[in-house]
Design a protein around this ligand. Structure first.
Ligand code: NOJ
Length: 576
Protein backbone atom coordinates (compact mmCIF):
# COMPACT_ATOMS: atom_id res chain seq x y z
CA UNK A 1 0.00 0.00 0.00
CA UNK A 2 1.21 3.53 -0.68
CA UNK A 3 0.60 6.23 1.85
CA UNK A 4 -0.25 9.60 0.32
CA UNK A 5 1.89 12.64 0.99
CA UNK A 6 1.76 13.97 4.53
CA UNK A 7 -0.66 16.83 4.75
CA UNK A 8 0.83 19.76 6.56
CA UNK A 9 -2.25 21.81 7.19
CA UNK A 10 -1.30 25.41 7.05
CA UNK A 11 -4.54 26.79 8.33
CA UNK A 12 -4.95 24.88 11.56
CA UNK A 13 -5.83 26.75 14.71
CA UNK A 14 -7.45 29.40 12.61
CA UNK A 15 -9.67 31.40 14.93
CA UNK A 16 -12.76 30.44 12.97
CA UNK A 17 -12.18 26.69 13.18
CA UNK A 18 -14.90 25.40 15.52
CA UNK A 19 -12.75 22.36 16.28
CA UNK A 20 -9.75 24.44 17.38
CA UNK A 21 -9.55 22.52 20.64
CA UNK A 22 -8.58 19.35 18.77
CA UNK A 23 -5.31 20.90 17.62
CA UNK A 24 -4.70 22.78 20.86
CA UNK A 25 -1.89 22.35 23.35
CA UNK A 26 -2.96 23.72 26.71
CA UNK A 27 -0.77 25.27 29.40
CA UNK A 28 -2.33 25.15 32.86
CA UNK A 29 -1.41 28.04 35.08
CA UNK A 30 -2.39 29.61 38.36
CA UNK A 31 -2.42 33.43 38.28
CA UNK A 32 -1.32 33.39 41.91
CA UNK A 33 1.74 31.29 41.17
CA UNK A 34 3.09 32.76 37.95
CA UNK A 35 4.40 36.30 38.38
CA UNK A 36 3.78 39.00 40.98
CA UNK A 37 3.86 42.40 39.24
CA UNK A 38 2.91 44.58 42.22
CA UNK A 39 5.22 43.07 44.82
CA UNK A 40 2.61 41.89 47.33
CA UNK A 41 3.77 38.29 47.29
CA UNK A 42 0.90 36.95 45.13
CA UNK A 43 0.94 36.51 41.39
CA UNK A 44 -1.50 38.71 39.49
CA UNK A 45 -2.97 39.37 36.06
CA UNK A 46 -0.43 42.07 35.26
CA UNK A 47 2.34 39.62 36.02
CA UNK A 48 0.73 36.93 33.90
CA UNK A 49 0.34 39.38 31.02
CA UNK A 50 4.05 40.26 31.33
CA UNK A 51 4.89 36.59 30.91
CA UNK A 52 2.63 35.83 27.97
CA UNK A 53 5.56 35.85 25.55
CA UNK A 54 7.18 33.08 27.55
CA UNK A 55 3.98 31.04 27.27
CA UNK A 56 3.53 31.77 23.57
CA UNK A 57 7.17 30.84 22.93
CA UNK A 58 6.59 27.45 24.46
CA UNK A 59 4.40 26.86 21.42
CA UNK A 60 1.25 26.11 23.39
CA UNK A 61 -1.97 27.44 21.91
CA UNK A 62 -4.25 27.84 24.91
CA UNK A 63 -4.17 28.69 28.59
CA UNK A 64 -6.27 27.17 31.33
CA UNK A 65 -6.46 29.42 34.37
CA UNK A 66 -7.30 28.12 37.83
CA UNK A 67 -10.03 30.07 39.68
CA UNK A 68 -9.26 33.78 40.11
CA UNK A 69 -12.55 34.99 41.62
CA UNK A 70 -13.15 36.58 45.03
CA UNK A 71 -12.83 33.76 47.52
CA UNK A 72 -11.74 32.99 51.08
CA UNK A 73 -9.16 30.74 49.33
CA UNK A 74 -9.77 27.79 51.60
CA UNK A 75 -9.81 25.55 48.53
CA UNK A 76 -7.41 27.69 46.52
CA UNK A 77 -10.25 29.58 44.85
CA UNK A 78 -12.57 26.65 44.11
CA UNK A 79 -14.56 28.14 47.00
CA UNK A 80 -16.07 31.05 45.10
CA UNK A 81 -17.56 33.99 46.93
CA UNK A 82 -18.51 36.05 43.88
CA UNK A 83 -18.70 34.72 40.35
CA UNK A 84 -18.51 37.88 38.28
CA UNK A 85 -15.42 39.57 39.68
CA UNK A 86 -11.68 39.15 40.16
CA UNK A 87 -10.01 38.40 43.48
CA UNK A 88 -8.53 41.79 44.44
CA UNK A 89 -5.14 40.24 45.08
CA UNK A 90 -4.97 39.18 41.44
CA UNK A 91 -6.16 42.51 39.98
CA UNK A 92 -9.45 43.79 38.65
CA UNK A 93 -11.71 43.28 35.66
CA UNK A 94 -9.68 45.77 33.60
CA UNK A 95 -6.51 43.78 34.28
CA UNK A 96 -8.35 40.66 33.22
CA UNK A 97 -9.55 42.29 29.99
CA UNK A 98 -6.04 43.45 29.18
CA UNK A 99 -4.70 39.99 29.84
CA UNK A 100 -7.34 38.42 27.61
CA UNK A 101 -6.66 40.83 24.80
CA UNK A 102 -2.91 40.29 25.08
CA UNK A 103 -3.39 36.50 25.08
CA UNK A 104 -5.64 36.67 22.02
CA UNK A 105 -3.17 38.95 20.27
CA UNK A 106 -0.63 36.13 20.59
CA UNK A 107 -3.08 33.56 19.24
CA UNK A 108 -3.63 32.02 22.67
CA UNK A 109 -7.11 30.86 23.63
CA UNK A 110 -8.14 31.25 27.25
CA UNK A 111 -10.05 28.64 29.24
CA UNK A 112 -11.37 29.61 32.67
CA UNK A 113 -13.16 27.79 35.47
CA UNK A 114 -16.90 27.51 35.88
CA UNK A 115 -17.27 26.03 39.35
CA UNK A 116 -20.98 25.38 39.67
CA UNK A 117 -21.39 22.31 41.83
CA UNK A 118 -20.74 24.40 44.93
CA UNK A 119 -19.93 27.88 46.17
CA UNK A 120 -18.09 29.14 49.20
CA UNK A 121 -20.22 29.35 52.34
CA UNK A 122 -19.38 33.07 52.13
CA UNK A 123 -21.27 33.48 48.84
CA UNK A 124 -24.26 35.82 49.24
CA UNK A 125 -26.52 33.08 47.84
CA UNK A 126 -25.60 30.81 50.76
CA UNK A 127 -25.80 33.59 53.33
CA UNK A 128 -29.27 34.43 52.02
CA UNK A 129 -30.31 30.76 51.97
CA UNK A 130 -29.29 29.96 55.52
CA UNK A 131 -31.16 32.92 56.99
CA UNK A 132 -34.26 32.47 54.85
CA UNK A 133 -37.12 30.42 56.30
CA UNK A 134 -37.06 26.66 55.87
CA UNK A 135 -38.81 25.70 52.63
CA UNK A 136 -38.59 29.24 51.20
CA UNK A 137 -37.43 29.86 47.60
CA UNK A 138 -34.19 31.46 48.90
CA UNK A 139 -33.36 28.49 51.14
CA UNK A 140 -33.95 26.22 48.16
CA UNK A 141 -30.76 27.37 46.35
CA UNK A 142 -28.75 24.78 48.29
CA UNK A 143 -29.37 21.19 49.33
CA UNK A 144 -30.74 20.88 52.88
CA UNK A 145 -31.98 18.09 55.10
CA UNK A 146 -33.07 17.45 58.65
CA UNK A 147 -31.65 13.97 58.39
CA UNK A 148 -27.88 13.55 57.84
CA UNK A 149 -28.44 9.96 56.77
CA UNK A 150 -30.08 11.01 53.52
CA UNK A 151 -28.12 9.99 50.36
CA UNK A 152 -26.08 7.64 52.51
CA UNK A 153 -24.83 5.72 49.46
CA UNK A 154 -22.61 8.64 48.47
CA UNK A 155 -18.83 8.40 48.87
CA UNK A 156 -16.71 11.08 50.50
CA UNK A 157 -14.16 12.66 48.17
CA UNK A 158 -11.88 14.56 50.55
CA UNK A 159 -11.38 11.57 52.81
CA UNK A 160 -8.55 13.22 54.77
CA UNK A 161 -10.68 16.11 56.01
CA UNK A 162 -14.38 15.26 55.80
CA UNK A 163 -16.31 12.63 57.73
CA UNK A 164 -19.70 13.27 56.13
CA UNK A 165 -21.20 14.98 53.09
CA UNK A 166 -23.60 16.80 55.48
CA UNK A 167 -22.73 19.65 57.86
CA UNK A 168 -24.96 21.29 60.42
CA UNK A 169 -25.71 24.97 59.92
CA UNK A 170 -26.71 26.59 63.22
CA UNK A 171 -28.32 29.56 61.47
CA UNK A 172 -30.49 27.51 59.13
CA UNK A 173 -30.95 24.81 61.76
CA UNK A 174 -30.61 22.20 59.06
CA UNK A 175 -27.86 20.10 57.53
CA UNK A 176 -26.47 21.24 54.17
CA UNK A 177 -24.95 18.97 51.53
CA UNK A 178 -21.33 19.30 50.33
CA UNK A 179 -19.36 16.85 48.20
CA UNK A 180 -16.08 18.61 48.99
CA UNK A 181 -15.00 20.71 51.98
CA UNK A 182 -17.67 21.61 54.54
CA UNK A 183 -17.18 25.28 53.63
CA UNK A 184 -18.34 24.48 50.06
CA UNK A 185 -22.12 23.91 50.11
CA UNK A 186 -23.53 22.29 46.95
CA UNK A 187 -25.94 24.31 44.85
CA UNK A 188 -29.37 22.79 44.28
CA UNK A 189 -29.73 22.10 40.55
CA UNK A 190 -33.28 20.88 41.04
CA UNK A 191 -34.11 24.55 41.44
CA UNK A 192 -34.49 26.19 37.97
CA UNK A 193 -33.47 29.55 39.46
CA UNK A 194 -30.03 28.10 40.24
CA UNK A 195 -29.51 26.91 36.69
CA UNK A 196 -30.61 30.27 35.35
CA UNK A 197 -28.16 32.08 37.63
CA UNK A 198 -25.34 29.75 36.63
CA UNK A 199 -26.08 30.26 32.94
CA UNK A 200 -25.90 34.01 33.54
CA UNK A 201 -22.46 33.60 35.09
CA UNK A 202 -21.43 31.58 32.06
CA UNK A 203 -22.69 34.34 29.73
CA UNK A 204 -20.79 36.96 31.70
CA UNK A 205 -17.42 35.34 31.06
CA UNK A 206 -18.16 34.27 27.50
CA UNK A 207 -19.25 37.80 26.62
CA UNK A 208 -16.00 39.01 28.10
CA UNK A 209 -14.32 36.84 25.45
CA UNK A 210 -13.09 33.69 27.18
CA UNK A 211 -12.84 30.78 24.78
CA UNK A 212 -13.64 27.89 27.02
CA UNK A 213 -14.95 26.89 30.42
CA UNK A 214 -13.74 23.99 32.51
CA UNK A 215 -16.81 22.63 34.26
CA UNK A 216 -15.58 21.65 37.71
CA UNK A 217 -16.94 18.58 39.50
CA UNK A 218 -19.95 18.10 37.23
CA UNK A 219 -20.78 14.47 38.09
CA UNK A 220 -22.17 15.67 41.39
CA UNK A 221 -24.69 18.31 40.31
CA UNK A 222 -27.81 16.31 41.24
CA UNK A 223 -28.62 14.09 44.23
CA UNK A 224 -31.18 11.28 44.39
CA UNK A 225 -32.06 8.82 47.11
CA UNK A 226 -30.95 5.25 46.54
CA UNK A 227 -28.13 6.24 44.17
CA UNK A 228 -24.46 7.16 44.63
CA UNK A 229 -25.42 10.71 43.55
CA UNK A 230 -22.95 10.67 40.66
CA UNK A 231 -23.55 10.86 36.89
CA UNK A 232 -27.32 10.90 37.26
CA UNK A 233 -29.52 11.34 34.16
CA UNK A 234 -30.83 14.63 35.61
CA UNK A 235 -27.24 15.94 35.68
CA UNK A 236 -27.06 15.41 31.94
CA UNK A 237 -30.31 17.29 31.48
CA UNK A 238 -28.71 20.27 33.26
CA UNK A 239 -25.62 20.08 31.07
CA UNK A 240 -27.66 19.89 27.88
CA UNK A 241 -29.47 23.05 28.89
CA UNK A 242 -26.18 24.81 29.52
CA UNK A 243 -24.83 23.66 26.18
CA UNK A 244 -27.98 24.82 24.41
CA UNK A 245 -27.52 28.26 25.97
CA UNK A 246 -23.87 28.29 24.89
CA UNK A 247 -24.66 27.29 21.31
CA UNK A 248 -27.55 29.74 21.05
CA UNK A 249 -25.41 32.77 21.79
CA UNK A 250 -21.75 31.97 21.16
CA UNK A 251 -19.56 30.36 18.52
CA UNK A 252 -16.30 28.43 18.76
CA UNK A 253 -16.41 28.16 22.55
CA UNK A 254 -15.73 25.09 24.61
CA UNK A 255 -16.94 23.12 27.62
CA UNK A 256 -14.29 20.94 29.24
CA UNK A 257 -15.75 18.36 31.63
CA UNK A 258 -14.02 17.57 34.89
CA UNK A 259 -15.53 14.16 35.56
CA UNK A 260 -13.13 11.91 37.43
CA UNK A 261 -14.91 8.71 36.45
CA UNK A 262 -14.40 5.47 34.51
CA UNK A 263 -14.47 5.92 30.71
CA UNK A 264 -17.99 4.47 30.22
CA UNK A 265 -19.30 6.96 32.80
CA UNK A 266 -17.45 9.89 31.20
CA UNK A 267 -18.73 9.23 27.67
CA UNK A 268 -22.25 10.53 28.50
CA UNK A 269 -20.67 13.94 29.29
CA UNK A 270 -20.07 14.32 25.55
CA UNK A 271 -23.77 13.54 25.09
CA UNK A 272 -24.82 13.46 21.51
CA UNK A 273 -22.39 16.31 20.86
CA UNK A 274 -24.80 18.35 22.96
CA UNK A 275 -22.99 18.43 26.31
CA UNK A 276 -19.22 18.94 26.66
CA UNK A 277 -16.77 19.28 23.79
CA UNK A 278 -13.94 17.85 25.83
CA UNK A 279 -13.45 15.74 28.96
CA UNK A 280 -10.37 14.80 30.94
CA UNK A 281 -9.27 11.20 30.60
CA UNK A 282 -8.57 10.61 34.30
CA UNK A 283 -7.99 6.83 34.28
CA UNK A 284 -5.27 7.05 31.62
CA UNK A 285 -3.01 9.29 33.70
CA UNK A 286 -2.06 6.96 36.60
CA UNK A 287 -1.71 4.10 34.13
CA UNK A 288 1.00 5.94 32.25
CA UNK A 289 3.02 6.06 35.49
CA UNK A 290 2.19 2.43 36.19
CA UNK A 291 3.29 1.29 32.73
CA UNK A 292 6.54 3.20 33.06
CA UNK A 293 7.44 1.75 36.47
CA UNK A 294 6.35 -1.78 35.53
CA UNK A 295 8.11 -1.48 32.18
CA UNK A 296 4.98 -2.97 30.65
CA UNK A 297 2.53 -1.33 28.26
CA UNK A 298 -0.46 -3.38 29.47
CA UNK A 299 -2.05 -0.76 31.78
CA UNK A 300 -2.13 1.81 28.95
CA UNK A 301 -3.31 -0.62 26.30
CA UNK A 302 -6.05 -1.99 28.55
CA UNK A 303 -7.50 1.36 29.55
CA UNK A 304 -7.50 2.49 25.92
CA UNK A 305 -9.34 -0.72 25.00
CA UNK A 306 -11.90 0.11 27.69
CA UNK A 307 -12.35 3.63 26.33
CA UNK A 308 -15.40 3.74 24.07
CA UNK A 309 -15.38 5.91 20.94
CA UNK A 310 -16.49 9.52 21.32
CA UNK A 311 -18.46 11.75 18.93
CA UNK A 312 -16.38 13.04 16.01
CA UNK A 313 -16.40 16.64 17.21
CA UNK A 314 -15.41 15.74 20.78
CA UNK A 315 -11.96 15.32 22.27
CA UNK A 316 -10.16 13.91 25.31
CA UNK A 317 -8.00 16.17 27.44
CA UNK A 318 -4.92 14.35 28.66
CA UNK A 319 -2.36 15.32 31.27
CA UNK A 320 0.53 14.05 33.36
CA UNK A 321 0.09 16.30 36.38
CA UNK A 322 -2.11 19.16 37.50
CA UNK A 323 -2.82 21.30 40.57
CA UNK A 324 -4.43 18.38 42.43
CA UNK A 325 -3.06 15.13 43.74
CA UNK A 326 -2.24 12.38 41.24
CA UNK A 327 -5.65 10.85 41.74
CA UNK A 328 -5.91 7.12 42.32
CA UNK A 329 -9.69 6.97 42.42
CA UNK A 330 -9.91 5.35 39.00
CA UNK A 331 -7.61 2.37 39.64
CA UNK A 332 -8.18 -0.98 41.39
CA UNK A 333 -7.16 -1.47 45.05
CA UNK A 334 -4.18 -3.51 43.97
CA UNK A 335 -3.06 -0.87 41.47
CA UNK A 336 -3.45 1.83 44.14
CA UNK A 337 -1.17 -0.08 46.51
CA UNK A 338 1.33 -0.46 43.72
CA UNK A 339 1.26 3.26 42.95
CA UNK A 340 1.65 4.24 46.62
CA UNK A 341 4.55 1.82 47.06
CA UNK A 342 6.32 2.98 43.96
CA UNK A 343 5.60 6.69 43.89
CA UNK A 344 4.75 7.75 47.46
CA UNK A 345 7.07 5.95 49.80
CA UNK A 346 6.85 8.74 52.38
CA UNK A 347 3.27 8.88 53.76
CA UNK A 348 3.46 12.68 53.61
CA UNK A 349 3.37 12.39 49.84
CA UNK A 350 -0.17 10.98 50.06
CA UNK A 351 -3.39 12.94 50.32
CA UNK A 352 -7.00 11.82 50.05
CA UNK A 353 -6.93 9.07 47.41
CA UNK A 354 -3.78 10.15 45.64
CA UNK A 355 -0.22 11.44 45.58
CA UNK A 356 0.67 15.11 45.91
CA UNK A 357 3.77 15.27 43.76
CA UNK A 358 4.93 16.90 40.55
CA UNK A 359 6.16 15.18 37.43
CA UNK A 360 9.94 15.51 37.92
CA UNK A 361 10.06 14.26 41.54
CA UNK A 362 7.69 11.39 40.67
CA UNK A 363 10.24 10.29 38.09
CA UNK A 364 13.23 10.89 40.36
CA UNK A 365 14.34 13.66 38.01
CA UNK A 366 15.15 11.06 35.36
CA UNK A 367 15.54 13.09 32.20
CA UNK A 368 14.84 10.17 29.88
CA UNK A 369 11.71 9.21 31.81
CA UNK A 370 10.48 12.82 31.82
CA UNK A 371 11.01 13.03 28.06
CA UNK A 372 9.26 9.72 27.43
CA UNK A 373 6.25 10.70 29.54
CA UNK A 374 5.99 14.03 27.75
CA UNK A 375 6.30 12.27 24.40
CA UNK A 376 3.37 10.05 25.41
CA UNK A 377 1.43 13.11 26.53
CA UNK A 378 1.95 14.68 23.11
CA UNK A 379 1.17 11.57 21.08
CA UNK A 380 -1.66 9.72 22.83
CA UNK A 381 -5.15 10.60 21.59
CA UNK A 382 -6.42 13.88 22.97
CA UNK A 383 -5.39 17.44 23.63
CA UNK A 384 -2.35 17.62 25.93
CA UNK A 385 -2.20 19.85 28.98
CA UNK A 386 1.16 20.90 30.41
CA UNK A 387 1.14 21.95 34.06
CA UNK A 388 3.12 25.15 34.66
CA UNK A 389 6.67 24.49 35.82
CA UNK A 390 6.71 20.90 34.57
CA UNK A 391 8.38 22.17 31.40
CA UNK A 392 11.35 23.01 33.65
CA UNK A 393 11.19 19.89 35.82
CA UNK A 394 10.12 21.90 38.87
CA UNK A 395 9.98 20.12 42.22
CA UNK A 396 7.34 20.07 44.95
CA UNK A 397 7.12 20.60 48.70
CA UNK A 398 4.91 18.06 50.40
CA UNK A 399 5.48 19.64 53.80
CA UNK A 400 3.00 22.33 52.77
CA UNK A 401 -0.64 21.58 53.62
CA UNK A 402 -3.33 20.23 51.31
CA UNK A 403 -2.17 20.18 47.67
CA UNK A 404 -0.15 23.39 48.02
CA UNK A 405 3.15 21.59 47.56
CA UNK A 406 2.52 21.41 43.81
CA UNK A 407 1.40 25.05 43.58
CA UNK A 408 4.60 26.86 44.56
CA UNK A 409 5.85 29.99 42.72
CA UNK A 410 7.10 29.66 39.16
CA UNK A 411 10.89 29.65 39.03
CA UNK A 412 12.08 32.33 36.61
CA UNK A 413 15.63 33.13 37.72
CA UNK A 414 18.18 32.37 40.43
CA UNK A 415 17.50 35.83 41.91
CA UNK A 416 15.31 36.91 44.79
CA UNK A 417 12.23 34.72 45.21
CA UNK A 418 13.13 32.92 42.00
CA UNK A 419 12.25 36.08 40.06
CA UNK A 420 8.61 35.52 40.96
CA UNK A 421 8.15 38.52 43.26
CA UNK A 422 9.98 41.52 44.73
CA UNK A 423 8.19 41.07 48.07
CA UNK A 424 9.94 39.93 51.22
CA UNK A 425 10.24 36.16 51.07
CA UNK A 426 8.10 35.89 54.20
CA UNK A 427 5.28 37.68 52.38
CA UNK A 428 5.01 35.19 49.53
CA UNK A 429 1.78 33.19 49.33
CA UNK A 430 4.03 30.12 49.45
CA UNK A 431 7.73 29.50 49.92
CA UNK A 432 9.63 28.88 46.69
CA UNK A 433 11.37 25.56 46.27
CA UNK A 434 14.91 26.00 47.63
CA UNK A 435 16.45 22.63 48.34
CA UNK A 436 18.56 20.68 45.87
CA UNK A 437 18.04 19.17 43.43
CA UNK A 438 14.91 21.19 42.60
CA UNK A 439 15.83 24.53 44.21
CA UNK A 440 15.23 27.63 42.09
CA UNK A 441 18.96 28.38 42.06
CA UNK A 442 19.40 25.51 39.61
CA UNK A 443 15.94 24.93 38.14
CA UNK A 444 14.72 28.17 36.56
CA UNK A 445 13.75 29.56 33.18
CA UNK A 446 16.80 31.81 32.77
CA UNK A 447 19.24 28.96 33.42
CA UNK A 448 17.42 26.68 31.00
CA UNK A 449 17.37 29.33 28.30
CA UNK A 450 21.18 29.40 28.48
CA UNK A 451 21.66 25.67 27.99
CA UNK A 452 20.83 24.16 24.61
CA UNK A 453 20.14 20.72 26.08
CA UNK A 454 17.80 21.95 28.83
CA UNK A 455 14.42 20.37 29.40
CA UNK A 456 12.70 23.67 28.61
CA UNK A 457 14.31 23.88 25.19
CA UNK A 458 13.59 20.23 24.53
CA UNK A 459 9.93 20.77 25.49
CA UNK A 460 9.68 23.59 22.96
CA UNK A 461 10.91 21.27 20.24
CA UNK A 462 8.49 18.55 21.34
CA UNK A 463 5.56 20.96 21.16
CA UNK A 464 6.81 22.26 17.81
CA UNK A 465 7.03 18.78 16.29
CA UNK A 466 3.61 17.84 17.61
CA UNK A 467 2.05 20.94 16.09
CA UNK A 468 3.32 20.07 12.63
CA UNK A 469 1.19 16.94 12.50
CA UNK A 470 -2.54 17.17 12.82
CA UNK A 471 -2.88 13.41 13.22
CA UNK A 472 -1.73 13.78 16.85
CA UNK A 473 -4.75 15.92 17.69
CA UNK A 474 -7.28 14.43 15.35
CA UNK A 475 -6.13 11.01 14.26
CA UNK A 476 -7.19 7.45 15.05
CA UNK A 477 -5.49 5.52 17.82
CA UNK A 478 -4.42 2.06 16.67
CA UNK A 479 -2.30 0.05 19.12
CA UNK A 480 0.02 -2.53 17.57
CA UNK A 481 0.50 -5.66 19.69
CA UNK A 482 4.21 -6.20 19.09
CA UNK A 483 5.81 -9.19 20.84
CA UNK A 484 7.82 -7.15 23.33
CA UNK A 485 5.49 -5.83 26.04
CA UNK A 486 8.04 -3.31 27.20
CA UNK A 487 7.45 -1.36 24.04
CA UNK A 488 4.21 0.55 23.45
CA UNK A 489 3.49 0.96 19.77
CA UNK A 490 0.59 2.74 18.13
CA UNK A 491 -0.41 4.43 14.92
CA UNK A 492 -2.23 7.71 14.55
CA UNK A 493 -3.93 8.32 11.20
CA UNK A 494 -5.72 11.37 9.93
CA UNK A 495 -6.67 12.07 6.36
CA UNK A 496 -3.52 11.34 4.35
CA UNK A 497 -1.14 11.26 7.28
CA UNK A 498 0.03 8.08 9.05
CA UNK A 499 2.16 8.35 12.17
CA UNK A 500 3.87 5.49 13.97
CA UNK A 501 4.83 6.01 17.62
CA UNK A 502 7.14 3.54 19.34
CA UNK A 503 7.90 3.95 23.04
CA UNK A 504 10.38 1.95 25.09
CA UNK A 505 8.99 1.85 28.64
CA UNK A 506 12.06 0.02 29.90
CA UNK A 507 15.18 1.42 31.50
CA UNK A 508 17.17 -0.99 29.34
CA UNK A 509 17.73 -1.14 25.60
CA UNK A 510 15.06 -3.15 23.78
CA UNK A 511 14.22 -4.38 20.33
CA UNK A 512 10.81 -4.75 18.82
CA UNK A 513 9.54 -6.45 15.65
CA UNK A 514 6.53 -4.85 14.06
CA UNK A 515 4.08 -6.34 11.64
CA UNK A 516 3.84 -3.50 9.14
CA UNK A 517 2.74 -5.64 6.18
CA UNK A 518 0.05 -3.10 5.35
CA UNK A 519 2.80 -0.57 4.68
CA UNK A 520 5.03 -2.77 2.56
CA UNK A 521 7.33 -0.54 0.48
CA UNK A 522 6.81 2.54 2.65
CA UNK A 523 9.56 4.39 4.47
CA UNK A 524 9.33 5.51 8.12
CA UNK A 525 10.66 9.06 8.38
CA UNK A 526 11.68 10.35 11.82
CA UNK A 527 9.62 13.46 12.61
CA UNK A 528 12.39 15.14 14.58
CA UNK A 529 15.26 14.82 12.10
CA UNK A 530 13.40 14.08 8.85
CA UNK A 531 15.75 11.12 8.59
CA UNK A 532 14.39 8.17 6.58
CA UNK A 533 14.71 4.74 8.16
CA UNK A 534 15.06 1.52 6.15
CA UNK A 535 12.18 0.73 3.83
CA UNK A 536 9.48 -1.63 5.13
CA UNK A 537 9.91 -5.01 3.43
CA UNK A 538 8.62 -8.58 3.68
CA UNK A 539 10.00 -9.34 7.13
CA UNK A 540 8.71 -7.94 10.42
CA UNK A 541 10.13 -4.45 10.83
CA UNK A 542 12.92 -4.47 13.40
CA UNK A 543 13.63 -1.47 15.61
CA UNK A 544 16.16 -1.23 18.37
CA UNK A 545 15.62 1.31 21.10
CA UNK A 546 17.72 2.90 23.79
CA UNK A 547 16.54 3.00 27.42
CA UNK A 548 13.25 4.98 27.64
CA UNK A 549 13.68 5.95 24.01
CA UNK A 550 10.86 6.79 21.65
CA UNK A 551 10.41 7.24 17.92
CA UNK A 552 7.83 9.27 16.06
CA UNK A 553 7.71 8.35 12.36
CA UNK A 554 5.54 9.35 9.48
CA UNK A 555 5.10 6.59 6.93
CA UNK A 556 5.56 7.75 3.37
CA UNK A 557 5.98 6.12 -0.01
CA UNK A 558 9.55 5.48 -1.17
CA UNK A 559 9.22 8.31 -3.73
CA UNK A 560 8.23 10.78 -1.06
CA UNK A 561 10.97 9.84 1.39
CA UNK A 562 13.65 12.50 1.86
CA UNK A 563 17.29 11.58 1.19
CA UNK A 564 19.11 10.08 4.14
CA UNK A 565 21.59 12.38 5.83
CA UNK A 566 25.07 10.98 6.36
CA UNK A 567 24.63 8.13 3.88
CA UNK A 568 27.30 8.06 1.19
CA UNK A 569 25.94 9.22 -2.15
CA UNK A 570 26.87 6.46 -4.66
CA UNK A 571 27.06 9.01 -7.52
CA UNK A 572 29.50 11.18 -5.61
CA UNK A 573 31.67 8.14 -4.77
CA UNK A 574 32.03 7.23 -8.44
CA UNK A 575 33.21 10.72 -9.34
CA UNK A 576 35.96 10.85 -6.74
C1 NOJ B 1 -11.80 19.96 41.53
C2 NOJ B 1 -10.58 20.82 41.60
O1 NOJ B 1 -9.66 20.40 40.64
C3 NOJ B 1 -10.01 20.74 43.00
O2 NOJ B 1 -8.82 21.47 43.10
C4 NOJ B 1 -11.03 21.24 43.99
O3 NOJ B 1 -10.54 21.09 45.29
C5 NOJ B 1 -12.35 20.46 43.83
N1 NOJ B 1 -12.79 20.44 42.47
C6 NOJ B 1 -13.44 21.06 44.66
O4 NOJ B 1 -13.77 22.32 44.17
Amino acid sequence: MTVPITTRNANRNAPTDPLWYKDAIIYQVHVKAFRDANGDGYGDFQGLTEKLDYIANLGVTALWLLPFYPSPLKDDGYDIQLYEAIHPTYGNIEDFREFLEAAHARGLKVITELVINHTSDQHPWFQRARSAPKGSPERDWYVWSDDPKKYSGTRIIFTDTEKSNWSWDPVAEQFYWHRFFSHQPDLNFDNPAVLEAVINVMRFWLKMGVDGLRLDAIPYLIERDGTNCENLPETHVVLKKMRAALDAEFTNRLFLAEANQWPPDVIPYFGNSDECHMAFHFPLMPRMYMALRREDRTPIVEIMQRTPPIPADCQWAIFLRNHDELTLEMVTDEERDYMYNEYATDPRMRINVGIRRRLAPLLDKGRRQIELMNALLMSMPGTPIVYYGDELGMGDNYYLGDRNGVRTPMQWTDGKNAGFSEADSAALYSPVIVDPPYGFQGINVAAQERVKTSLLRWMRRLVGVRKEHRAFGRGTFEPIQAGNKRVLVFMRRFQGETLLCVNNLSRYAQFVELDLAEFHGCVPVDLWSNQPFPQIGELPYLLTMGPHGFYWFRLVSAEEAPPAAGTPDPGARKKS
